[in-house]
Design a protein around this ligand. Structure first.
Ligand code: AMP
Ligand code: MG
Length: 330
């Protein structure tokens, strides 16, 4: 198949065209990497199976992803807007399913839910340098009704250890292709607060800890989007967490306990200069008292594959990578 495409391209004798040269270079790299890509896809399949099995065995309900909606995670960190105008409505491409996860818990009696959720985030071009950002990626997005921060962190420690054990036992040959020595972390994972880590290591505390820690670890208490719960006993502190990989691989998951009370949500939107009308259907739901306390988080699938296969660049664990600032080929 690749050979046919390459022959066709050559025969067109239009390779002075920069675009086609780039495509040919890409297709050649596909040849070189075919063994690695096959191993990668096997590992990816086992990772997803183990995640499904692990959540299924605990009674979690799987939801289908939402791709288009008038509401999505605000995540106002990019200058680009992934929205579509359709039939007099402005629709957003999903950045994360956080708001829909809260709504789904309210619309059903499910105790725990998860979605393998494709996210589109039009990250700014300089994010290419991080080697861990894509414009399109997937997260396993999980939410647990009436759960605490501690409940969710313990759940994820168990799930991750189960997934890593499964991959280690089922993918020995594939891991060898990547020369990956997968170490199964012991539980509980170390926990640091962002404040103490900042005081000790300065602004770059996440990367420094990721470079130096021997195991996966948590950092708690980040000021961020309105939906993460602010500690009512310690205003200015947040009941949320990020999970990090060791060996410099940085962030794996973000999550938190959630706000569910209308007045609190409205106040926090205003504090963040966010227009409440952009969330009107969600806010109507909250105003009727229909949101429940919950805790959850989203685990990046490509980031997990990057860690398991020890690849420096996240683009190398994707068949069709969408790298910030780079031309999209497929
Ligand atoms: P967030 O809630 O924004 O932290 O996203 C949840 C998880 O998705 C993160 O912890 C990462 O593992 C992953 N993730 C977030 N943004 C990206 C991105 N641009 N490219 C790849 N993975 C991402
Ligand atoms: Mg995050």
């Amino acid at each position: 198949m690749l050979d046919t495409i390459k022959k066709t391209l050559k025969s067109q004798q239009s390779l002075s065209n920069k675009k086609e040269k780039k495509l040919l270079k890409y297709l050649n790299s596909q040849d070189i990497d075919i063994e690695k890509r096959t191993a990668l896809l096997r590992i990816q399949t086992e990772v997803l199976k183990a995640l499904h099995d692990s959540l299924y065995s605990r009674g979690f309900i799987q939801l289908m992803p939402v791709i288009l909606s008038p509401i999505t995670d605000p995540l106002n960190h990019s200058v680009y807007d992934a929205s579509i105008h359709y039939s007099k409505q402005q629709l957003q491409l999903t950045k994360s399913m956080i708001l829909h996860k809260q709504l789904a818990l309210s619309m059903s009696r499910a105790e725990g839910i998860y979605i393998v959720s494709p996210n589109v985030r039009l990250e700014t071009e300089e994010k290419e340098q991080s080697l861990r950002h894509l414009l399109e990626f997937s997260q396993v997005d999980i939410e647990l009704r009436h759960a605490s921060q501690n409940d969710f962190m313990t759940l994820m420690e168990n799930v991750i250890v189960e997934v890593l054990k499964h991959v280690k036992s089922q993918c020995q040959a594939e891991l060898a292709v990547f020369e990956s020595n997968l170490i199964i972390p012991s539980r509980p994972f170390p926990r640091y607060s962002s404040e103490s880590a900042f005081n000790r290591y300065g602004r770059d505390f996440e990367q420094i800890l990721s470079d130096t820690e021997k195991s996966l670890f948590w950092i708690t208490d980040y000021k961020r989007e309105f939906y993460d719960k602010e500690d009512p006993n310690r205003p200015g502190h947040y009941i949320n967490y990020d999970l990090f990989y060791p060996e410099g691989f940085n962030e794996a998951l973000s999550g938190g306990e959630r706000e569910y009370e209308y007045e609190v949500i409205l106040r926090k939107l205003k504090e963040r200069n966010q227009d409440p009308s952009a969330f009107s259907s969600y806010l109507k739901f909250a105003k009727k008292g229909k949101l429940f306390p919950s805790a959850g988080g989203g685990l990046g699938v490509e980031r997990l594959l990057r860690f398991i296969t020890k690849q420096a660049n996240i683009a190398d664990v994707c068949l069709f990578p969408k790298v910030p600032g780079e031309k999209i080929i497929f």
